[in-house]
Design a protein around this ligand. Structure first.
Ligand code: 26Q
Length: 822
């Protein structure tokens, strides 16, 4: 109560005085610190009220287990979600600051790679906003996603040191700690007439809880993201220290802290590093112990009730060890028997798949798992024995040979196809067998999950498989990052209810062709373009033509996402401009192209693609003949807060993955909400976005997913477009320098043999250039362009993560809202 009585300006000054010893003469960074530590207290009040309420009500909880939460900044989101914007904007004004500038001083919490981690963050926002009893569980990485810098046009990776100035958005819970063990041995012991299993780990660490309150919007609910930090068992091993073995004592600390030290910067292609498995087990073990200890405090040992009180969503296979860990806790620690425990476990767990590429599914060598988690390996072996035995009975009708083959293909433990000596645990199969529901993240992707990746399983358990098309939070991705557009929408619809009910955005369709409304819509876009132009100026020192079409591709750099195809079309555009007379050029549509994204540090081809972007930009941006009409900038260190500046300014965004490879995509939804037109393939959520926006309003090109397998087989007979051949010769011939460095890039797509150009750039090249011509033609008709732009926002209602979370809550979690009184 006391904090509410202190006026915000006084409170901010108090925080600066008593937490930081500052007395006037503040910097913007100080203003950020004072404001956020002040806001933190309101957040904690709301958090405490919510959790008192939930404790009293004891509703069923959803726990979202994820190795990644890509939260971005918190100040604006917290102030706006709590409805404190008036109070704090005014307070900062009194102190001589502007909220937006102050907010800019915050560092991103970048505890995730890309889409999967950001999805988890949007889901938390929606869970809180919908008053659903639910928490996120993850790892408090000391270093998040690396910072990307450019050195001579090449990517360099720098550590993300985000915690040095303290973190006002977290609360350390000194009373919430759990031991997590690794290694050691497993024994059977007699206990009375019962045989019990005892696992004695050879190594133990402590998981220390940090709570990150998650404010809902327009509700008193504030939920929680609980992140675990790894610390040594004893603060300092005194016996070792006393014996003069200082080094050993320090080693213990380093070994423990190493577990939560750094996020693996690999997106899509898993790396079989032991430390990664350790991270996964570490956070799953602590989270499950935490949930069970709360459950026991209320319900004692009545574990049959657990599925009515708790359910866990596995965000990809990363937390899949939860299947074995929940079994172990209930079997070995609680002493229940196998069949009962298996029923409880499978009722509590659900699995979301985020990737179609078979090589990207996590598999851990049995040897590695047996050494690090010997008891879990035993449990997985028993699960697999039961599973394959059950399968044998179930597949009774098949011919014996066919049956053996099918069972081998569905076994959770199987041979490494590249090394017959090695056995692997297939984590996706473990997740499918151990879960009640399995879902993909867009309609097309969920069909691929059923018909291809897990088809054998689908045939046996058709009702297990579902679709949950992704969504994004309209708070961060429209209302807060684009307040100008938000206020135009609110003024036009006569209500701000669309922020909680995005289907109301459909009301904008009535204004799509209204010239006066189009003019206001255009003015907002123009203002946002000016801000992006300012950023480009700051980073690259160049002024850009703000009347040009702002054409954006921002996402992790990956061959399947085909940034390379985008670059090829930019080079083609440049060559066309060069051929034109000055008069002809004046009629061309000018473009400012922006590409941004990080390459995994070991992903060589992706790094070459970045260098190609910067090399092409270096040539194009300096050319006096064409630079009014075409620019290409690589914006380094693409992250959540950069996205919040770029997306509202975008007029065209590119989502051009090979059909059938991008599970969903979520930035496509953010661009759509902000009235940005899309050029894209018939892939992931692009398809549903086109359906909602009107297919004719989207620039769709390229082959369809069903054709891919055949086209890959026919690769050696493919006849490339002469324009393609010309571009290949240009790059190979050194038009952009760095010939040798670009050679592997050219070779990867340009040899006509099976297996080359795996992502079929050459096949889609001609239709892509055609779609780009359609873009130009449409942009020349500004009224038509604006009509489409409005239709995009109007059609984005489906892609709120509120809709996605409602579907999870109803179809998978079976949790219902429980709102505290204000
Ligand atoms: C696994 C093991 C070891 C090291 C790293 C990893 C790892 C880490 C991150 C594997 C995959 C990821 C991330 C995957 C990802 O972001 N997938 C994206 O998920 C989005 C949300 O569903 C979709 O929209 C995107 O289409 C999909 O690419």
């Amino acid at each position: 109560e006391s904090t509410a009585l202190v006026p915000a300006p006084v409170d901010i000054a108090n925080k600066l005085r008593y937490l930081f010893g500052r007395n006037g003469d503040y910097t913007v960074a100080d203003a950020y610190q004072g404001t956020s530590w002040s806001v933190r207290e309101k957040l904690i009040d709301s958090f405490n009220k919510t959790h008192e309420h939930w404790k009293k009500e004891d509703p069923k909880f959803i726990y979202y287990l994820s190795a990644e939460f890509l939260m971005g900044r918190s100040l604006i989101n917290t102030v706006y979600n709590l409805g404190l914007e008036g109070e704090y904007a005014e307070a900062l004004n009194q102190l001589g600051y502007e909220m937006e500038k102050v907010a800019d001083a915050e560092r991103d919490a970048a505890l995730g790679n890309g889409g999967l981690g950001r999805l988890a963050a949007c889901f938390l926002d929606s869970i809180a906003t919908l008053d659903l009893p639910g928490w996120g569980y993850g790892i408090r990485y000391k270093y998040g996603m690396f910072k990307q810098a450019l050195k001579n046009g090449y990517q360099v990776e720098l550590p993300d040191i985000w915690l040095t100035k303290g973190n006002p958005w977290e609360l350390r819970r000194d009373d919430v700690k759990f031991e997590v063990g690794f290694g050691g041995r497993v024994e059977r012991r007699k206990q009375g007439n019962k045989e019990v299993t005892v696992w004695t780990p050879s190594e133990k660490v402590v998981a220390q809880a940090y709570d990150n309150p998650i404010p809902g919007f327009n509700t008193p609910t504030t939920s929680n993201l609980r992140l675990w930090d790894a610390v040594p068992l004893t603060e300092f091993d005194l016996s070792a220290f006393n014996a003069g073995d200082y080094d050993r004592a320090m080693l213990e600390r380093e070994r423990a802290e190493g577990i939560s030290a750094v996020l693996y910067p690999n997106d899509s292609t898993p790396e079989g590093k032991e430390l990664r498995l350790k991270q996964q087990y570490f956070f799953v073990c602590a989270s499950l112990q935490d949930v069970l200890s709360r459950f026991k405090a209320v319900h004692g040992n009545n574990f049959d009730l657990l599925p009515e009180k708790a359910c866990f969503q596995l965000n990809d296979t990363h937390p899949t060890i939860a299947v074995a860990e929940l079994m172990r806790l209930l079997l070995d620690v609680e002493g229940l028997d196998w069949d009962q425990v298996w029923t409880i476990t499978t009722k509590c767990l659900n699995y979301t798949n985020h990737t179609v590429m078979p090589e990207a599914l996590e598999k851990w060598p049995v040897k590695v798992m047996a050494k690090m988690l010997p008891r879990h390996m035993e449990i997985i072996e028993v699960i697999n024995e039961g599973w394959t035995k059950w399968l044998g009975g179930h597949l009774n009708d098949l011919a014996p040979e066919e049956r053996t083959k099918r069972i081998a293909a569905m076994s959770i433990i199987h041979e490494n196809p590249w090394n017959k000596e090695e056995m692997l645990v297939n984590m996706a199969y473990l997740a499918v067998v151990g879960s009640s529901a399995v879902n993909g993240v867009a309609a097309i992707h969920s069909n691929i999950v059923k018909d291809e990746i897990f088809n054998d399983f689908y045939q046996i358990f058709p009702s297990k498989f579902q679709n949950k098309t992704n969504g994004v939070t309209p708070r961060r991705w429209l209302a807060w990052c684009n307040p100008e557009l938000a206020s135009l929408i609110t003024g036009t619809l006569g209500t701000s209810e669309w922020i909680n009910d995005t289907e109301k955005l459909a009301g904008l369709r009535a204004y799509a062709s209204d010239k006066a409304f189009q003019a206001k819509w255009a003015a907002v876009k123009k203002a946002k373009k000016a801000k992006l132009a300012e950023l480009i100026k700051k980073v690259h020192g160049d002024e850009v033509n703000q009347n040009a079409l702002f054409d954006i591709q921002i996402k992790r750099i990956h061959e399947y996402k085909r940034q390379y195809l985008n670059v090829l079309s930019i080079i083609w555009r440049y060559k066309q401009l060069k051929k034109m007379s000055p008069e002809e050029r004046k009629k061309a549509v000018a473009r400012v192209c922006v590409i941004g994204g990080k390459a995994a540090s070991a992903y060589d081809m992706a790094k070459r693609i970045i260098r190609l972007v910067t090399a092409v930009g270096d040539v194009i941006n300096k050319d006096p003949e064409t630079k009014e009409y075409l620019r290409l900038y690589f914006l380094p260190d693409y992250n959540v807060s950069l996205a919040e500046t770029i997306i509202p300014a975008a007029e065209l965004s590119q989502h051009i993955s090979t059909a059938g490879t991008e599970a969903s995509g979520t930035s496509n939804m953010k661009f759509q909400m902000n009235g940005c037109l899309i050029i894209g393939t018939w892939d992931g959520a692009n398809i549903e976005i086109a359906e909602e926006t009107g297919i004719d309003n989207v620039f769709v090109f390229g082959v369809r997913a069903e054709e891919i397998t055949q086209l890959r087989k026919e690769r050696k007979n493919f006849k490339t477009d002469p324009r393609w051949d010309e571009l290949m010769r240009d790059i190979e011939g050194g038009m952009f320098g760095d010939k040798d460095y670009f050679k592997p890039l050219v070779d990867s797509v340009n040899n006509m043999k099976v297996g080359n150009d795996w992502f079929l750039l050459a096949n889609d090249f001609a239709s892509y250039l055609k779609a780009q011509e359609d873009v130009d033609a449409c942009y020349k008709d500004q009224s038509e362009w604006l009509r489409r732009s409005i239709m995009y926002t109007a059609g984005s209602g489906k892609f709120s993560s509120d809709r996605t979370i409602r579907e999870y809550a109803e179809d998978i979690w079976h949790v219902t809202p429980s709102r505290p009184t204000a």
